[in-house]
Write a new protein. Structure first.
Length: 722
DNA sequence: GAGTAGTGTCATGCT
DNA sequence: AGAGCATGACACTAC
C-alpha cells in the first residue's frame, strides 16, 4: 500500500482516481476468481458493467448535478473529470503495450514465464524481424477485420525488414502442451525471430482463450527478472498457466493499476524520441516510486531489465509527423502523439516500418484497432472491439462528451443550476426570503401555479399587505416548506425569475404582490424569512436560532428585525405600510398621500422609502440578471464544448477511416510491388524503387529520382492500373 | 479574525 | 421634469 500513499501525496486527483479504481479492482477480484474475461478491460477501460457503473456513479455523484457549488465534493467532481479525461486518453495505449509483451516471449525463449506472466506494459523490444512480424500480424489483422483477402504479405522483397521465420515445427507446437511449448521456444532460441502469429498461436495454445496471463499481468521487475534466472524451472515443463494466473492475480491488479497511472503520467510528459528517455521519464518521481513496491513494469527497473534483456538501446521512436502529419492537429495530437511512445518502444527499426508500411504504423498508433487486432488475433478476440467501442463510443459519447463539455465550463454555478433544475421546489423561494409577500411570491406565482395560488391569495387579500396577513403568509410559507425553503445561496439566486409587473397589469392585487415586501411588517418580513429559513433542512443552525428567536418577545423581535425604513415609518407614524408605499402604482400612491395629511418629514420619508424599496428590488433583479447571464454564458460554453467533443470524435473517426484506407493502399501497393518484375524477370528492389500514385495510375519510380525527374515519367515506369 | 456571500443603499445614468 | 429602472460601488451582516 505504500505506492498508494505516494499517489495520495500527489494530489486529490490521483486520490480520486484511486478511489474509483479501487472499486473496479475490488469488483475484478471476484471477476478474476471466476475465471471470467481477462483483465484487459481493466487496463483498457471500462468495458464491463463494473466500470460502467463506476462512471455512472461518477457522473451521478460527481458530475455536479448533485453537488452544491460550495460543496467540497466539487473538488472530487473536477478531479474526477480530469480522471475521466485521463482515462479517455488511455484508450489507445493499452493494447499496443499488451501486444508487445508477446514479443518478449518470442525474443527470449528463456523468458517464457516472464513474458507470459508479465503484462503488456512490459516493453518487449525487438529488432527488425519482430517489427516485421508485428507489421505482418497487424496487417493481417487489418485485412481480417476489413474482410480483405488473406494475401500473404511476407514482404519478400524487403530485405530491410528482416527475416520471416515461419516454421512448420512451430505450427505443430501451437497445438501442444505448455511443456512442449517451452521446449519449442527453447529450441527456437537461436532464431532471431519468428512470426508473430506463430508465436502468439503457441501462446494461445498454451494459455487457453480467456486466461492469457501473458497479456493480463503487468510485468513486475522481479518477475521480469525471474525468467532469465529461473529459466530451468520454466524449461522443465512446469505448467505455466495455473500458477501464473492464480498467484499473480492480486499483484497483477496492482500492477495494472500502476500501469494505468504510469501511462497516464506518460501522457502528461513530453515524448522523447528514444526509448531510454521514455523510460527515464517514467521513473523519476511517480512511476518509479509507485512501482517499487509492486515492482511495476514502468519504472527504472523495467527499463534496466529491458536494456539488459532485450537491448532497448537500439530502439527508436519514429516521428509520427513524418508519415501522418496533416491528420493531427496540435490539440488532438498532444495526446495521440504521446501514445505511440510505448508502442515505439518495441519498434527498433522505424525506417523499416516506414519504408514498408508507411503511415500504417503511425496511424495504427493513432487508433487502436490494428494493434488491437493483433492482440485480438492471438489472445482475446473480444478485447479489441470492446475496448475501442467502449472507449470511443461509450466513453466518448457518455462520458467524454459530457466531461469534455464540463471540463472547462462546467462551473459550480452550473452545477448548482442543474441541481436547482432538478429541484424545482427549492428554486421557488428565492425572493420569498424577504417576506412572504415579497416579489418572490409573485415570482413564485409566475413559475408555479400551485404555490402562487396559495401565496398570492394570502397576500392579495388586503391589497396592501397588512401585518396580520404577513404573519399568516409567513406561516403559509413556512408550512409549504418544500416550496419556500429559503436558502440565500447562489443556486437559489439562480432560480430567481425576473419581476414582470406587466404580467399583473389589470390585477392590482397581484401587481401589488409583484414587488418586494421587505418593507412590510417588520415582524412579518423578517420573521417569516426566518421561518422559511427554518424550513430548510440544511439550516439546522438557523433552525435553532429561530427557535430561540421565537421565544423572544415579539416587539423586541420586531424592533430588532425591522429595517431602518420600517422603524422610521413607525417612528414617524406613517399611517400605511411600507408595502403600499413601495408597491402601489404612482397614481394610487399619490392618492394615498393625498388622503392623509402628512407633514414634510413624513412625505420625505415616504418618498425615500419608496425610492429605496424600488431600488432594492431593482438591485435584486439586477443581481439576478447577472447570475442568469453568467449561467447562460456557461451554458454556451458547455454547448460549445460538447460540440467540440463531438467534432473531435468525428475527427477520430475520419482519421480511423483514413488510416484503414492507407493500410489497404499500402498492402495493395506492396502486393503489387512484389509482383512487379523487370525485363529480366527479377523483382524490383524496394530500396531502389517505389510506387508512386498518380491520376493516371501507379508508377514505379526509382528512389534516387529527384523531384524534377519524377515529373518526367520517361524513366522506368510501368502503368499498373488495378 | 479574515474571507466570502448575501443584501441593502446610494449615486448615477438612462428611458 | 419626474418616475422608474439598471447598475456599479460601498457598507453591513451572517456564516
Amino acid at each position: 500500500m505504500l505506492y498508494l500513499k505516494k499517489y495520495f501525496t500527489e494530489g486529490l486527483i490521483q486520490f480520486t482516481i484511486l478511489l474509483s479504481l479501487i472499486g473496479v479492482r475490488l469488483d475484478l477480484d471476484t471477476y478474476l476468481n471466476n475465471q471470467l474475461p481477462p483483465l484487459h478491460e481493466i487496463i483498457l477501460g471500462p468495458s464491463s458493467a463494473y466500470t460502467q457503473t463506476q462512471f455512472h456513479n461518477l457522473r451521478n455523484t460527481l458530475d455536479g448535478y448533485g453537488i452544491h457549488p460550495k460543496s467540497v465534493d466539487l473538488d472530487h467532481f473536477f478531479a474526477t473529470r480530469r480522471l475521466l479525461n485521463q482515462v479517455h486518453s488511455l484508450d489507445h495505449l493499452r493494447v499496443p503495450s499488451t501486444e508487445l509483451s508477446a514479443w518478449l516471449v518470442h525474443r527470449d525463449p528463456e523468458s517464457v514465464v516472464s513474458a507470459t506472466s508479465q503484462s503488456g506494459p512490459s516493453i518487449a523490444l525487438d529488432n527488425g524481424g519482430s517489427l516485421e512480424d508485428v507489421n505482418n500480424s497487424e496487417a493481417s489483422a487489418m485485412r481480417g477485420a476489413g474482410g480483405a483477402s488473406e494475401t500473404n504479405y511476407s514482404l519478400s522483397g524487403e530485405d530491410s525488414l528482416g527475416a520471416v521465420a515461419p516454421e512448420d515445427s512451430q505450427e505443430q507446437g501451437e497445438r501442444e502442451s505448455s511443456d512442449d511449448l517451452s521446449k519449442e521456444l527453447t529450441s527456437l532460441g537461436a532464431q532471431t525471430s519468428l512470426s508473430l502469429q506463430e508465436c502468439l498461436r503457441l501462446l494461445e495454445a498454451t494459455f487457453p482463450f480467456g486466461e492469457e496471463p501473458e497479456f493480463q499481468t503487468s510485468g513486475s521487475t522481479s518477475q521480469l527478472r525471474a525468467p532469465t534466472e529461473e529459466t530451468p524451472s520454466t524449461s522443465q515443463g512446469i505448467p505455466l498457466q495455473a500458477p501464473l494466473s492464480q498467484s499473480d492475480t492480486p499483484l497483477d491488479l496492482e500492477q495494472q493499476w500502476q500501469d494505468i497511472m504510469s501511462i497516464m503520467e506518460l501522457q502528461d510528459m513530453e515524448v522523447n524520441s528514444t526509448v531510454v528517455n521514455v523510460t527515464m521519464n517514467n521513473d523519476p518521481s511517480n512511476n518509479n516510486a509507485s512501482s517499487t513496491d509492486s515492482a511495476t513494469s514502468f519504472g527504472l527497473p523495467r527499463s534496466t531489465l529491458i536494456n539488459q534483456d532485450v537491448s532497448l538501446h537500439q530502439a527508436s521512436l519514429p516521428s509520427c509527423s513524418q508519415d501522418f502529419p496533416p491528420l493531427f492537429n496540435p490539440e488532438l495530437d498532444s495526446t495521440m502523439v504521446q501514445r505511440p511512445t510505448l508502442v515505439r518502444l518495441s519498434s527498433s527499426n522505424s525506417s523499416n516500418i516506414n519504408s514498408t508500411f508507411g503511415a500504417t504504423n503511425l496511424t495504427g498508433l493513432f487508433l487502436p484497432p490494428p494493434l488491437n487486432s493483433t492482440t485480438n488475433l492471438t489472445t482475446t478476440p473480444v478485447l479489441p472491439d470492446p475496448f475501442s467501442s467502449l472507449l470511443e463510443e461509450s466513453m466518448l459519447d457518455e462520458i467524454s462528451l459530457l466531461d469534455l463539455a464540463m471540463e472547462e465550463g462546467f462551473s459550480q454555478d452550473q452545477a448548482s443550476q442543474l441541481e436547482d433544475e432538478l429541484d424545482s421546489d427549492s428554486g421557488l423561494s428565492l425572493d420569498s426570503s424577504h417576506s412572504p409577500a415579497s416579489p418572490s411570491n409573485s415570482e413564485t406565482s409566475c413559475s408555479s401555479a400551485a404555490s402562487s395560488s396559495s401565496t398570492s391569495a394570502t397576500f392579495s387579500e388586503e391589497g396592501a399587505v397588512g401585518y396580520s396577513t404577513d404573519s399568516e403568509a409567513a406561516t403559509v410559507e413556512a408550512e409549504e416548506g418544500a416550496v419556500g425553503g429559503y436558502q440565500p445561496e447562489y443556486s437559489k439566486l439562480c432560480r430567481m425569475s425576473y419581476q414582470d409587473p406587466s404580467q399583473f397589469h389589470g390585477i392590482p392585487q397581484l401587481e401589488s404582490v409583484n414587488h418586494n415586501h421587505t418593507y412590510n411588517l417588520p415582524l412579518a418580513s423578517s420573521y417569516s424569512e426566518r421561518s422559511q429559513m427554518s424550513t430548510s433542512s440544511s439550516k439546522k443552525g438557523r433552525d435553532k436560532q429561530l427557535q430561540q428567536t421565537k421565544l423572544q418577545p415579539p416587539q423586541d423581535f420586531i424592533d430588532r428585525q425591522s429595517s431602518r425604513d420600517e422603524r422610521r415609518a413607525r417612528a414617524m407614524d406613517i399611517p400605511f405600510s411600507n408595502e403600499k408605499i413601495i408597491n402601489l402604482p404612482v397614481e394610487e400612491f399619490n392618492e394615498l398621500l393625498a388622503k392623509h395629511h402628512l407633514n414634510e418629514d413624513q412625505l420625505s420619508l415616504i418618498r425615500d422609502i419608496r425610492r429605496r424599496g424600488k431600488n432594492k428590488m431593482a438591485a435584486q433583479n439586477c443581481r439576478k440578471r447577472k447570475l442568469d447571464t453568467i449561467l447562460k454564458l456557461e451554458e454556451g460554453v458547455q454547448d460549445l464544448q460538447r460540440e467540440k467533443a463531438q467534432l473531435l470524435k468525428e475527427k477520430m473517426e475520419y482519421c480511423k477511416c483514413i488510416r484503414q484506407t492507407k493500410q489497404k493502399v499500402q498492402s495493395l501497393s506492396q502486393e503489387l510491388f512484389a509482383q512487379l518484375r523487370d525485363e529480366e524477370g527479377r523483382p524490383y528492389s524496394a530500396s531502389e524503387y517505389f510506387l508512386q500514385y498518380g491520376t493516371d495510375g501507379v508508377l514505379l519510380m526509382p528512389r534516387n529520382m529527384t523531384t524534377e525527374q519524377s515529373n518526367k515519367p520517361d524513366k522506368k515506369q510501368k502503368d499498373k492500373k488495378k
